[in-house]
Design a protein around this ligand. Structure first.
Ligand SMILES: Nc1ncnc2c1ncn2[C@@H]1O[C@H](COP(=O)(O)OP(=O)(O)OP(=O)(O)O)[C@@H](O)[C@H]1O
Ligand SMILES: [Mg+2]
Length: 264
């Protein structure tokens, strides 16, 4: 019965080692995403959005953090999988766009090498085919002169460009779910819209589910079907996007809505 969810998270608790013992960072996180659905996760800086993503992807340091609870991908429990098994899932079944694009790339390799390496790790494509797929994917996010970009090193590109390369990488293998942590924050308004359109296309053309993370309700409202509001490490409200805007229940949600710059 649970299998019609692409991603289902139950009672997720993340703690970190400290001198005072294990400190909770996020608590009792519950949500589920169906195929082709976009769940927005919104909350202020420090509320636990990135910690939630990193725990789903199992990219937190296992020595200093603990991740309890259930994370099911197509019904299969992935919390606690071996690092090697998670590596096979990340990038292929779960695409991800990280908040800080600089950290997502290795400085000593070109963009092209990193792009092709990711594709070849997860597919049987030849180097030439992988190169073509990389170029097509960069075209799809409107990156100019993709062949030249492939030869560049991360430090030779702006944060916004790197963000779009990361989006191209995350989409090219058509994962069933994409986790996008503030995918538009580093971009100007025109590029923000383009990225949101790309994500929307991925959802409508490939049926990809998206966990869209932002502190910006405007971004969330462009794309999300459902919205979860996170406050101090807990989800305090979850509702259909229209209902959340029209009838916010939690005081914190009301504050977020009031803080939003008026667009119309
Ligand atoms: N390595 C760490 N050690 C201790 N506390 C941490 C660590 N990483 C994050 N935190 C704390 O966990 C909380 C949640 O951080 P997180 O990065 O998830 O916030 P966020 O919602 O993504 O914020 P932002 O919108 O600024 O990206 C914060 O209070 C942060 O200080
Ligand atoms: Mg964050």
């Amino acid at each position: 019965m649970q299998d019609h969810y692409v991603l289902q998270v139950r009672a997720l608790n993340v703690k970190i080692k400290s001198e005072q013992g294990m400190l909770p960072l996020v608590q009792d996180i519950d949500f589920a995403i169906k195929p082709g659905e976009v769940l927005g996760l919104v909350g202020e800086s420090g509320s636990g959005k990135t910690i939630t993503c990193m725990s789903l992807l199992q990219l937190l340091d296992r020595k200093t953090t603990s991740v309890e609870g259930s994370i099911r991908l197509h019904g299969r429990e992935i919390n606690g999988l071996r690092a090697e098994d998670m590596r096979a899932i990340r990038g292929k079944e779960i695409g991800f766009i990280m908040q800080n694009p600089m950290n997502a790339f290795v400085p000593v390799h070109t963009i092209g090498d990193q792009f092709i390496e990711t594709i070849r790790t997860h597919s049987a494509l030849t180097k030439k085919q992988a190169m073509e797929l990389a170029v097509d994917s960069m075209d799809a996010v409107n990156l100019p002169q993709p062949y030249e970009l492939m030869r560049k090193y991360p430090f030779q590109m702006s944060g916004g460009m790197l963000q779009r390369v990361m989006i191209a990488i995350s989409m090219c293998l058509r994962p069933s779910v994409v986790i996008a942590d503030e995918p538009t924050t580093a971009l100007d308004v025109t590029n923000q819209l383009q990225v949101l359109r790309q994500l929307d296309r991925l959802r409508s053309e490939c049926g990809t589910s998206i966990l869209l993370i932002s502190h910006d309700l405007g971004v969330i409202s462009e794309l999300a079907d459902e919205v979860a509001v996170i406050y101090k490490g807990r989800i305090v409200e979850k509702a259909d996007v229209f209902q959340l805007f029209d009838h916010p229940q939690h005081e914190y949600t009301k504050k977020l809505l009031h803080a939003r710059p008026k667009l119309v």
